[in-house]
Write a protein that binds this ligand. Structure first.
Ligand code: PMP
Length: 373
């Protein structure tokens, strides 16, 4: 049977699975997330998760939600979660868009705002998903180099004709550097792009950055994206949101309602609301992470590492005497995962998520042994 079918000339190789693909798929270069191994007892410092569990009130709210109404679709507008975010930030729920993790919110924003045929500007070293969305949606982009100290220089994003630009996306604090820009620099960026959206990805802002949310009332071109995955310990729940003036939120809603009516399920909605209600838990855990970051920075500097000053829940480090990929592999063999990117400018760096004090100690001990003469 099979032989008879393949004898027909279909004009493509029927034995190739790729023959079923839309042409656009061939050129896609997908994002590769950090490893999520199934091995227990690993010291997992590779994906910038929070080392502390979420608030017990979140777990309780999810358990309660699981007992009531899972046979029903969730609220397509995610109203309760948007209201919780709005109340926390002192804005209106109409200024908040919610999605299935900030990755989804970012994807919708790229589709909604950056397909101008002009290049989207972004730092040459930043969250590598941005380039992937450009590939997915056919968005041209221009990588603007960080300066020699790995800092974003906002003046480099200004163009004589602002319409030459398709938009700007930056992470603040940036990833994987951890470096933060002050709000004055964000304002300079916003003023240099009066006709285009400036997307500020604040995934890590609660670990020491300044949020630009307070600027949205004055800047119709500002979209701020945040997540519950980091400072609120809910990477497993998949909740992210965007904040901006109503016309930007409406554009995101149009994309979402052309894609998936229910990106937030009932458990995620319940958990997200509870996460914003437990302010003490949020304050305590983020303070603990920031405290450990300072301790780990000093300990690694003692071991000869150069550590970029970080406002995030990770640090980017470089050891002048050791190959970064080899160090990452040697740590892995000792049950410690850190992230190494085979990318220009950071190929000799390691990005290390801040763990519990015990996890940080284990890392320092292992590195001490590996670096011993
Ligand atoms: N932005 C940045 C800069 C990130 O590092 C991450 C996490 N990988 C995200 C957005 C996405 O986070 P999430 O989808 O979990 O909200």
């Amino acid at each position: 049977m099979g032989r008879a079918v393949s004898a027909i000339n279909y004009g493509f190789d029927v034995n190739s699975e790729e023959s079923f693909w839309s042409p656009a798929i061939r050129g896609l270069v997908p994002y590769v997330p950090g490893e999520q191994p199934r091995i227990a007892d690993l010291v997992k410092l590779n994906t910038n998760e929070n080392p502390y569990p979420p608030s017990p009130r979140v777990v309780q709210a999810i358990a309660t939600a699981a007992q009531h109404g899972l046979q029903l679709y969730p609220d397509p507008q995610a109203t309760a979660a948007r209201e919780a975010v709005a109340a926390y930030h002192g804005i209106a729920a109409e200024q908040v868009f919610a999605g299935n993790g900030s990755d989804e919110v970012l994807a919708h924003a790229f589709f909604a705002f950056f397909r101008h045929g002009r290049p989207l500007l972004m730092p040459d070293v930043t969250y590598s998903f941005y380039v992937v969305y450009c590939g997915l949606y056919g968005i041209a982009f221009e990588a603007v180099p960080l300066d020699a100290q790995m800092q974003i220089r906002v003046a480099d994003y200004a163009r004589a004709d602002p319409l030459e630009v398709g938009g700007v996306v930056i992470a603040n604090p940036n990833a994987p550097t951890g470096c933060a820009l002050p709000l004055a620099a964000i304002e300079q960026l916003l003023q240099s792009q009066p006709r285009r959206v400036v997307l500020v990805d604040e995934a890590y802002v609660d670990f020491g950055g300044d949020s630009a949310i307070g600027l949205i009332a004055r800047y119709p071109n500002l979209l701020v994206v945040q997540t519950l995955s980091k400072a609120r310990s809910l990477a497993g729940l998949r909740v992210g949101f965007a904040v901006g003036q109503r016309h930007l939120i409406e554009a995101l809603e149009r994309v979402k309602d052309s894609f998936n009516s229910y990106p937030l399920d009932r458990l995620a909605l319940a958990g997200a609301v509870a996460a914003y209600q437990d302010r003490d838990h949020f304050e305590q855990t983020r303070a603990a992470v920031m405290h450990s970051r300072e301790g780990l920075t000093l300990a690694l500097e003692d071991l000869g590492f150069e550590v970029l000053p970080s406002s995030a829940n990770f640090i980017l480090v470089h050891h002048p005497g050791r190959d970064a990929a080899q160090l990452a592999q040697a740590l892995r063999e000792r049950g410690i995962l850190v992230r190494h990117f085979k990318l220009p400018r950071v190929a000799q760096h390691l990005r290390i998520s801040i763990g519990t004090p015990q996890q940080c100690d284990a890392l320092v001990r292992a590195l001490g042994e590996l670096l011993a003469p």
